[in-house]
Design a protein around this ligand. Structure first.
Ligand SMILES: [Zn+2]
Length: 139
């Protein structure tokens, strides 16, 4: 199982290397959904963090092309606005994932153990999200 997960992590890193510019059409879509995404993300962070009690900085909703979320070394959390278009369990997985980077700034076994506390089905959720990622939602 860990082998499968680490393979996925490696692929993801490669894909994340080059940020691409976004189009005007994509910008309009972003402005339309940004506030809805912010409300969803802030609400779910508060809910999930009742379990972890991590401290975090700013939460920013971005129009990124190739990633769902990220956590900076300054403990700021960033999310793709399209998180609002996902089924709830997948949006929650992304939020739990980034939140857990506040506890473990890596993808170690300790990190995944943290993720499992709030999302015991995270392996299935990752796989499901990966299919959507390579589909139309993030293009
Ligand atoms: Zn991660």
């Amino acid at each position: 199982m860990w082998n499968v997960i680490f393979k996925h992590v490696r692929r993801k890193r490669v894909r994340r290397r080059k940020p691409r510019r976004t189009s005007v059409k994509s910008r309009t879509h972003f402005l339309e959904y940004k506030e809805r995404a912010r409300a969803l993300v802030l609400g779910r962070i508060e809910h999930v963090n009742a379990l972890y009690k991590f401290s975090y900085g700013t939460v920013v909703i971005r129009n990124t092309v190739s990633r769902w979320g990220s956590c900076s070394s300054k403990h700021n959390l960033n999310f793709n606005y399209k998180i609002v278009l996902l089924p709830t369990h997948l949006a929650d997985y992304i939020i739990v994932h980034e939140l857990c980077h506040l506890g473990q700034f890596n993808h170690s076994a300790k990190f995944w153990a943290l993720v499992a506390l709030a999302d015991p089905d995270y392996v299935a959720h990752r796989a499901e999200l990966k299919k959507i990622h390579s589909g139309t939602l993030l293009k």
